[in-house]
Design a protein around this ligand. Structure first.
Ligand code: SF4
Ligand code: SF4
Length: 148
């Protein structure tokens, strides 16, 4: 399945509108420190696009359990690796895939702190829930086949 940058941009814009926010263009040390805490979450479209761009080895099958705090289930997904105390894409003090930055990172805004700031759904929850959507089943199965 070929997912182009244009398709990813369309998906990103749709999600941003859904949660009532815009992509942030800023870059500062605070956000860079977050790259050392955990990789930002990729949508299935981010993952397949980055695999097609040659970053397959940067991904790993994982589970997202952060939603347990708000009553969401543990979700199976494929995400960027966390290695040596940082996201695998954090190199020389910056995001090495900034042009293709995963959607959670694009939508994160330090001026917004709660779900209420995002139409009730944070970027992390919105991206995570995409991995449970039957609409994306074929794509998600394809991703797991490529990674496992
Ligand atoms: S969202 Fe906030 S923390 Fe992140 S780069 Fe922009 S100003 Fe810095
Ligand atoms: S993908 Fe880029 S912005 Fe996201 S955590 Fe990794 S280095 Fe940071």
């Amino acid at each position: 399945m070929n997912i182009t940058d244009k398709k990813v941009a369309e998906i990103n814009a749709t999600v941003a509108e859904y949660i009532g926010t815009e992509e942030t263009q800023c870059q500062c040390e605070k956000c860079q420190n977050m790259c050392k805490t955990a990789p930002c979450l990729c949508t299935p479209f981010d993952v397949i696009n980055l695999i097609e761009k040659g970053y397959k080895d940067s991904f790993i099958p994982t589970v997202w359990a952060a939603g347990l705090q708000v009553g969401l289930p543990v979700i199976d997904m494929v995400q960027l690796k966390y290695e040596h105390g940082k996201c695998v894409m954090f190199k020389d003090g910056k995001c090495s895939i900034n042009e293709h930055k995963p959607l959670e990172g694009r939508l994160a805004d330090c001026k917004k702190s709660s779900a209420e700031d995002y139409n009730g759904k944070t970027p992390a929850v919105t991206v995570a829930m995409m991995w449970t959507s039957p609409v994306f089943n074929l794509l998600i199965n394809d991703i797991f086949k490529k990674i496992i």
